[in-house]
Design a protein around this ligand. Structure first.
Ligand code: GCU
Length: 407
């Protein structure tokens, strides 16, 4: 039954390895017409083929940006961390069609005079969750309700202030010589099904939507590129060395951003799971049918064709990683985060590796999933850490090492 998502109450996730169906993954190095890719030159064409399949069947096609970008300085503090760093707030205005979508960037960088590498990532509960003082405002955009973060009636509050600093250890990031840029994802696209009226989709009111139009994951990813447009104008950052990173649904967005925009020199997926780094064909934990039921606005409508029919997908998620080649990509899992299928995320890294080898690079250095807390880093990096779903300091330590290795 096409376009029939599985109902949450009828869904029992499979957590038994023995119950994983047998499957064959589509070969990233084989054109749809059966021809083989034998070198990096042909890869460009095959890459385009894979990219268009992901656009059409999974994330939806994002528009070209033909609007204007304006940067308003909200504050600059060059004496942050006892003068070691600068913290600034920038309000980006995405202007198009008489509309103005404001995006607040929170930026930290060490006070070195050279242009430095930086991490760019969306946050879940607002920039104020990354700051202890009131200079960083509480967002006014729609927000998910979460008691610990102090959001209710879909409004953020002071209660969340500083609560996510452990997940964004900027002092450590700065001391390692990196900048950090973060923004609240709900300013790009509020995370509920509103028929694509608000957020970045609302900037394109003339667009007539179809089954391959962009969903929210693509909207968040597309927004990361607009931030990149701005970073290219900033003197403190080396735009050749910007790593894009995201956790969970925002990890899905980071991977798709890395696939769409080659300016992202390094891509990091933290616990991105289904529709991110995990192989759909394994149907382990969250499945395509389940995700489309819970979050009907995340993907292109076409993705529903594969509810309970993952084997019919013309692509699988290892090919999303392959789209990032030869740029480095890191995939991280939490061992207790079975919903995101840690093993499926690892196998995805292995199956993307032949594309890296085509460039004479090592993809994933090992063929069996490494032990807990034993990172492996080739041009593809992977770890499964102890614990569950979350972006933790341990994860950041590996990302910093991986960035040191490649930048
Ligand atoms: C849900 C969803 C996942 C997603 C996660 C998150 O668990 O099913 O696909 O990654 O939320 O974003 O935290």
């Amino acid at each position: 039954i096409f376009f029939q998502p599985i109902l949450a109450q009828d869904f029992e996730p499979n957590y038994e390895e023995a119950q994983v169906p047998s499957y064959t993954l589509p070969d990233p190095l084989l054109f749809t017409n059966g021809e083989k890719v034998t070198g990096p030159k042909q890869w460009n064409n095959r890459r385009q083929e894979i990219f268009e399949l992901f656009e059409k069947e999974v994330y939806g096609k994002s528009p070209e940006w033909d609007g204007e970008l304006e940067a308003e300085v909200l504050f600059v503090n060059p004496d942050f961390m006892d003068g070691k760093a600068t913290r600034k707030g920038i309000r980006l205005h995405l202007k198009r069609n008489g509309q103005d979508l404001p995006l607040d960037l929170l930026i930290f960088y060490p006070n070195t005079r050279q242009a430095i590498p930086a991490f760019l990532g969306l946050n879940f509960y607002g920039n104020h969750t990354l700051a202890t003082d009131s200079e960083v405002a509480v967002p006014t955009a729609w927000i998910r309700n979460n008691e610990a973060m102090g959001s209710s009636d879909n409004k953020a509050s002071e209660t969340g202030r500083g609560k996510r600093i452990p997940n964004w250890p900027y002092e450590e990031i700065i001391s390692r010589g990196y900048g950090l840029v973060s923004l609240y994802y709900g300013e790009l696209d509020p995370d509920f099904d509103d028929g694509f009226q608000n957020g970045v989709h609302g900037l394109f009111p003339e667009e007539s939507r179809n089954a391959a139009s962009w969903g929210s994951v693509a909207g968040w990813a597309w927004g990361l590129s607009r931030v990149m447009d701005f970073l290219e104008t900033e003197s403190w950052v080396n735009p050749q060395k910007v790593a894009v990173l995201g956790h969970s649904r925002l990890g899905k967005a980071a991977l798709w951003a890395g696939a769409m925009d080659k300016r992202f020199a390094l891509v990091i997926s933290n616990n991105s799971g289904c529709g991110g780094a995990a192989l759909s064909r394994r149907q382990y934990g969250e499945t395509v049918g389940r995700i489309n039921q819970s979050f009907p606005h995340w993907f292109a409508e076409n993705f529903n064709q594969y509810n309970e029919r993952e084997m019919e997908l013309p692509i699988d998620q290892h090919q999303l990683l392959a789209l990032i080649a030869p740029r480095p990509v890191y995939v991280a899992s939490g061992v207790e985060d079975r919903w995101a299928d840690p093993k499926g995320e690892f196998l995805s890294c292995v199956a993307a590796s032949p594309v890296y080898r085509l460039f004479g690079l090592e993809g994933m250095p090992v063929a069996t999933q490494p032990a807990v807390n034993h990172p492996e880093m080739g041009h593809i990096g992977y770890h499964v850490r102890s614990g569950g779903h979350g972006l933790l300091e341990y994860d950041w330590m590996q990302y910093l090492d991986f960035a040191d290795l490649h930048f």
